[in-house]
Design a binder for this molecule. Structure first.
Ligand code: G1P
Ligand code: ZN
Length: 543
């Protein structure tokens, strides 16, 4: 029985870099999730005859939210919902399913790498029929709806059995519960040379660890790496998705993936290590005693794409987010293909991918992907590396050093000041903006400022404009400092400082990035006065 429930708008339901993210407790307020879901459905318009994909990363409140969404989808007239078993779908797998079954889009429940649990974060976003995050025009329309909403539609109906593969009915809507891994694994097999990777593992001399961080990629990595590719049993650790991620912070970086990092250091270090985040779209790649920056990873993947079956015929172009290092630009130049610079956030890659302008894209925030789906894809990046390693039979470090010797090294780091007071963070950005007015052409330490601006982007496909995407200080030697406020946090503000210095192929290319960047770090801290204004001794996270 369809029910019209009266409601009132909630403040602050504006989607950020990647959907609406709030504390679980905020989403648990009566009508909060419902209002946002109705606003999405209202933005879609007529839902009749449409098929919706629904799944999430399994975090706390995932199941409850899915039952609410399914009842509302039925009441709003959707004909069919495709749902991952137990309500699970990694973000890239959701994108894969949306595309493969030519559906009308999907709702993905995740707060990505943010901690989960009753006190943790929850999130919801809508992906378009192309499998990619909704563009700003859509999310802004949804936000506008949340501000005027007066009612939502739902059904009085018992819960769907999320654990049962197959077809069920919910009112007039058909529900198909899918194996969350099968379609995605099949897609990976179509892109990579599984035989060659299998041969690498079969020799027994190549040991890996994949840390699923108690998050969604566990079942995917077990099936693909251990079952299909024959990696040694136990290669996938923390493989059971838990609602609170085991109390951890499911962000694959050197700080949070410490269990993996320990296995990759010392005399007995493994040959290859990787981790993925809460919803499976991020990746970190490690070699024996060696960390590959995500920016370098994108460049190495691009330079070696011809070794991988799915990309053997060449890549059309590359895109990277503005703060991501310019390592990929050099590969694009060598390949004679375009390299696009977009604002932070995966949604800006969608149009370029759809238009066939790019094949590969990535962000410094441990995100890499291609035109195979419309989200970044953690396991895909891991498989890409494994395929390269299986062909080249060199260590991860040797491959990266070889890359630097050819293209030079874009020494790179990001310093995050998390949980800052919002006014302090805004004040720093406002004062930097003011200083940028007069800084052009001036010397700062050994550097001369070539350009200082607030990054704006005009989408080359639809002409849409995005402003205020980060303050960049570009020096005459190509080095950069970028200041940006995070758009994904749920508490206070996070200031991100991105640092990049280029070393040519003939320079001494080894060395620790923090030491090599010490001069730029000093300039960034002094210009922003971040330590003084926060009263802190340093950043919370360095990647
Ligand atoms: C962060 C990353 C960004 C990424 C987003 C979603 O956004 O910086 O590259 O696309 O998470 O995973 P931010 O918090 O910086 O707005
Ligand atoms: Zn994520």
């Amino acid at each position: 029985m369809k029910r019209h429930i009266a409601t009132q708008p909630f403040e602050g339901q504006r989607p950020g870099t990647s959907g609406l993210r709030k504390k679980v407790t905020v989403f648990q307020q009566p009508h909060y999730l419902e209002n946002f879901v109705q606003a999405i459905f209202d933005t879609i318009g007529d839902c009749a005859h449409k098929t919706l994909v629904v799944g999430g990363d399994g975090r706390y409140y995932n199941r409850e939210a899915i039952q609410i969404i399914l009842r509302m989808a039925s009441a709003n007239g959707f004909a069919c919902a495709l749902v991952g078993r137990d309500g699970l779908l990694s973000t890239p797998a959701a994108s894969c399913v949306i595309r493969k079954y030519k559906t009308d889009g999907g709702i993905v429940l995740s707060a990505s790498h943010n901690p989960g649990g009753a006190e943790g974060d929850f999130g919801i976003k809508f992906n378009m029929p192309n499998g990619g995050p909704a563009p700003e025009s859509f999310t802004e329309a949804t936000y506008a709806r949340t501000r005027e909403i007066t009612q939502y539609l739902t059904l009085a109906h018992e819960d769907v059995e999320l654990g049962r593969i197959g077809t069920q009915r919910l009112g007039d809507m058909t529900i198909q519960i899918l194996d969350p891994v099968a379609d995605y694994a099949e897609l990976m097999e179509s892109l990579f040379d599984f035989d060659q990777i299998r041969a690498l593992f079969a020799e027994g001399l190549f040991n890996i660890c994949f840390d699923a961080m108690h998050a969604i990629t566990g079942p995917y990595a077990l099936e693909i790496l251990e079952n299909r590719l024959g990696a040694m049993p136990g290669s996938v650790i923390n493989s059971v998705p838990l609602p609170d991620f085991g109390g951890g912070h499911p962000d694959p970086n050197l700080t949070y993936a410490h269990e993996l990092v320990d296995l990759m250091q010392g005399a007995n270090a493994l040959d290859f290590g990787a981790a993925s985040d809460g919803d499976g779209d991020r990746n970190m790649v490690l070699g024996k005693n060696f960390f590959v920056t995500p920016s370098d990873s994108l460049a190495v993947i691009a330079a070696n794409a011809h070794l991988v079956p799915g990309y053997r015929d060449g890549i059309a172009g590359i895109a990277r987010s503005m703060p991501t290092s310019q390592a990929a630009d050099r590969v694009a130049e060598a390949l004679g293909i375009p390299c696009y610079e977009t604002p932070t956030g995966w949604k800006f890659f969608g149009n370029l991918l759809d238009a066939g302008k790019i094949t590969l894209c990535g962000e410094e925030s441990f995100g890499t992907g291609s035109n195979h789906v419309r989200e970044k894809d953690g396991l895909w990046a891991v498989l890409f590396w494994l395929n390269i390693l299986a062909v080249r039979r060199q260590s991860v470090e040797a491959i990266v050093l070889d890359h630097w010797r050819r293209y030079g090294r874009n020494v790179y780091s990001r310093h995050d000041f998390e949980g800052m007071d919002t006014d302090t963070a805004r004040g720093i950005m406002a004062d930097l903006t003011a200083r940028f007015e007069t800084i052009k052409g001036k010397s700062v330490g050994p550097y001369v400022v070539a350009n200082a601006d607030d990054f704006s982007y005009t989408d080359p496909i639809d002409g849409s404009e995005s402003h205020g995407q980060g303050l960049r200080l570009i020096f005459t030697d190509g080095s950069r400092i970028v200041f940006r406020l995070s758009g994904t946090g749920t508490e206070g503000a996070t200031l991100r400082i991105y640092l990049e210095q280029y070393l040519g192929p003939e320079a001494d290319l080894s060395g620790d990035s923090q030491e090599l960047l010490a001069g730029l770090i000093d300039i960034a801290y002094r210009l922003s006065e971040v330590l003084m204004r926060t009263g802190r001794g340093g950043p919370t996270v360095i990647t």
